[in-house]
Design a protein around this ligand. Sequence first.
Ligand SMILES: *[C@@H]1O[C@H](CO)[C@@H](O)[C@H](O)[C@H]1NC(C)=O
Ligand SMILES: *[C@@H]1O[C@H](CO)[C@@H](O)[C@H](O)[C@H]1NC(C)=O
Ligand SMILES: *[C@@H]1O[C@H](CO)[C@@H](O)[C@H](O)[C@H]1NC(C)=O
Ligand SMILES: *[C@@H]1O[C@H](CO)[C@@H](O)[C@H](O)[C@H]1NC(C)=O
Ligand SMILES: *[C@@H]1O[C@H](CO)[C@@H](O)[C@H](O)[C@H]1NC(C)=O
Length: 372
Amino acid sequence: MSKLLRTVALLLLLLLLGNLGWTWALIPSSLGGLSARRYDSIFSFGDSFADTGNNPVVFAENDVPDVVMRSPYGCTSFGRPTGRNSDGRLIIDFMAQHLGVPLVPPSLAYNGSFRRGANFAVGSATALDAAFFPPAKFPLNISLGVQLEWFESLKPSLCHTTQECEEFFGRSLFFVGEFGVNDYHFSFPTKSVQEIMLFVPDVIGTISTAIQRLMEHGATSFVVPGTIPSGCAPPILAMFSDDDPAAYNSTTGCLEDINRLGMHHNLLLQEALEKLRGKHPNTTIIYADLFGHIMDMVESPRKFGKHRSIVNFSLSELYSVGCWQKMVVILQGLKKMCLPSAAEGQGHFTAAMTVLTYVRSRLLVCSGMAST
Ligand SMILES: *[C@@H]1O[C@H](CO)[C@@H](O)[C@H](O)[C@H]1NC(C)=O
Ligand SMILES: *[C@@H]1O[C@H](CO)[C@@H](O)[C@H](O)[C@H]1NC(C)=O
Ligand SMILES: *[C@@H]1O[C@H](CO)[C@@H](O)[C@H](O)[C@H]1NC(C)=O
Ligand SMILES: *[C@@H]1O[C@H](CO)[C@@H](O)[C@H](O)[C@H]1NC(C)=O
Ligand SMILES: *[C@@H]1O[C@H](CO)[C@@H](O)[C@H](O)[C@H]1NC(C)=O
């Protein structure tokens, strides 16, 4: 198929997906051909959006209680808590399954070979090193820089000569992110949004430098997710509630300032990725949009079988035991839910939200790969 035809086909598919609302059947198996069997492994860096089981290890080492090891986490797909911040699979799990590689094993919690991939992501991780922040329990010493060190320590077990490593990592897909959300969230108590805006370039610079460092090891394919609209996340809305109605977007109910911070981050990130593409024409760097897809769910909950925007919960409602039952009502219409998830209440994706975000980001990923 010509590139133009392929683009048109993808656009049509996107439009179709938009109109159908969503169901599990929407994961189109026919898309398989686009990404072929190009990848043998996935290496991942990030925070709770990508962590497949490292946080229980790190949190235990730091004496931090870990809610994700309780029900209803993991109740969809796995039937038990796995350390993921979701009731089910994460975007990276769907990607792994789509590419036909094993679910990416958490580097700190898995006792086996990492030749088919390794996940260095840890819930609560920041892009910037812990030393950047005021001394406190969080952030833990698990920044992007630390995760890169873990990767570099593992590398000798994967390949040896430069050529061997270039070939090995050339057949690997690298996830770098999401990073940034935690840098900003940890700063909210001590800095104004205006002050936080000033260090967004440092966060982006750190992500960009990390990608280049991975390229030096032989990485050629990257998926780099942007940040979420934190201003719509229930815990942020509850913790930073504002008496001034003007602080909120009148249509969505989200905190405008905080969402503007996310949009600024995503804009700078996309500019940085464009620069990297210019400098490294033989690499594939795909920006994955989480912001837009979540805004869509916030703006049009009914389109996704929800009767109420996720924005419209109080923190006590979300954390109360009873919230599970309420969530059942809210999430009715979504198939394959076993228990509604505490994950969503904490600003994470339920499996259901993930499917939607994944289906769309995968189209992006596939179209990005198809054009190289
Ligand atoms: C990892 O596997 C080795 C060999 O099977 C075993 O001796 C060791 O105890 C295991 N470590 C953990 C942390 O499970
Ligand atoms: C953070 O972790 C890295 C890698 O494990 C280690 O080299 C470094 O010393 C640690 N830093 C602090 C302040 O504990
Ligand atoms: C409120 O949110 C909507 C939807 O995201 C957006 O189109 C609009 O520009 C926002 N309004 C303001 C005043 O920012
Ligand atoms: C939240 O709920 C209240 C009362 O149920 C409703 O008036 C309001 O429009 C809702 N806001 C959003 C953003 O859905
Ligand atoms: C990119 O790949 C082409 C074809 O394989 C090669 O000729 C070219 O030198 C490469 N460019 C860079 C910057 O590596």
